[in-house]
Design a protein around this ligand. Structure first.
Ligand SMILES: *[C@@H]1O[C@H](CO)[C@@H](O)[C@H](O)[C@H]1NC(C)=O
Ligand SMILES: [Zn+2]
Length: 288
């Protein structure tokens, strides 16, 4: 989920760990949730396609697209990580595909493109493998509210303070807030957070709503499904991310009550996208 333009600069000039989209840890959490819910035939299909029979087969590739985008070969894929909703938060949030998905593509069109490429048997196995890594990543990115917002480069150019450190609004949603919930940036932290959220989906807080998260999911109308996810994320920009306006986030250390308010939103977005990823991969595997 990484930041778009400014992130490499920020990462190079600070001692903070590099932030990639939800940060690698957020992507890995989504991937572990998905691996907890996929059908066993889906697991076999993707383990074979990805060439990894371990339990980490989704998590270990979940952040790959965020390094690929910074390579010469992968530069074309940079716009696929977000959709630039040209709305007006916090008073008005909205996403429109024709207005907001640029000519170079966006996260909504990318989910559709790479979903169909996994199933395109005329492509080589390595191309289909890359398509799978893209889908696993972008179903995560689209759940980060600031990946569905154009304002100030998705919050990258809004300077904020988190726990005394200078950073930007996008980065704290990618990494600082998720890491404050999971307790770290490691694969182990992701796995443990995924276990907590899996239980919440199966028997806890999300039990009654989880079916609704996937009721309209349709890989044959992939853009429609993905656009609905983008609209949910974007709505969070008005209701939570910038609810108190830009001046508020610039003037307060965001590791306190701001993070307390953001935490249930981040938990929900990660849980939803993990569960949706499971059902999405199930539908792809069933279509082969
Ligand atoms: C679909 O993916 C391929 C392979 O990465 C890429 O070359 C192409 O530009 C993508 N098409 C769209 C419409 O995003
Ligand atoms: Zn990303």
């Amino acid at each position: 989920m990484a930041a778009r333009i400014l992130l490499p600069l920020v990462a190079a000039s600070s001692c903070l760990p590099q932030a990639w989209g939800w940060g690698a840890m957020g992507h890995e959490t989504i991937a572990y949730i998905a691996s907890n819910f996929v059908a066993s035939s889906t697991a076999s299909y993707f383990q074979s396609l990805l060439g990894d029979t371990s339990g980490d087969y989704l998590a270990s590739v979940a952040a790959w697209a965020d390094s690929y985008r910074y390579t010469t070969a992968g530069k074309f894929s940079a716009p696929f990580h977000f959709i630039d909703a040209n709305d007006n938060p916090p008073s008005s949030c909205s996403v429109e595909l024709s207005r907001d998905c640029g000519s170079g593509g966006c996260v909504v069109s990318a989910i559709a493109n790479y979903t169909s490429r996994i199933l395109e048997t005329s492509l080589s196995k390595s191309q289909r493998q890359m398509a799978a890594k893209m889908v696993i990543h972008f179903v995560g990115d689209i759940g980060q509210p600031l990946h569905c917002e154009a304002l100030d480069v998705g919050g990258n150019s809004i300077d904020v303070t988190y726990d005394g450190e200078s950073t930007n609004l996008h980065a704290i949603w990618d990494s600082n807030i998720p890491e404050s919930i999971s307790g770290g940036s490691t694969l182990a932290a992701a796995k443990s957070w995924a276990t907590t959220l899996t239980t919440a989906i199966e028997t806890g807080t999300y039990k009654s709503e989880a079916a609704g998260w996937v009721s309209d999911l349709d890989i044959n109308n992939a853009e429609t499904s993905a656009l609905a996810w983008a609209k949910e994320s974007n709505a969070d920009v008005c209701s939570t991310v910038l609810a108190k306006g830009i001046t508020y986030v610039e003037d307060n250390d965001l590791s306190g009550s701001y993070t307390t308010t953001a935490t249930p939103v981040v938990n929900l977005q990660i849980a939803k996208q993990g569960y949706r990823l499971a059902k999405w991969l199930d539908a792809i595997a069933a279509a082969t």
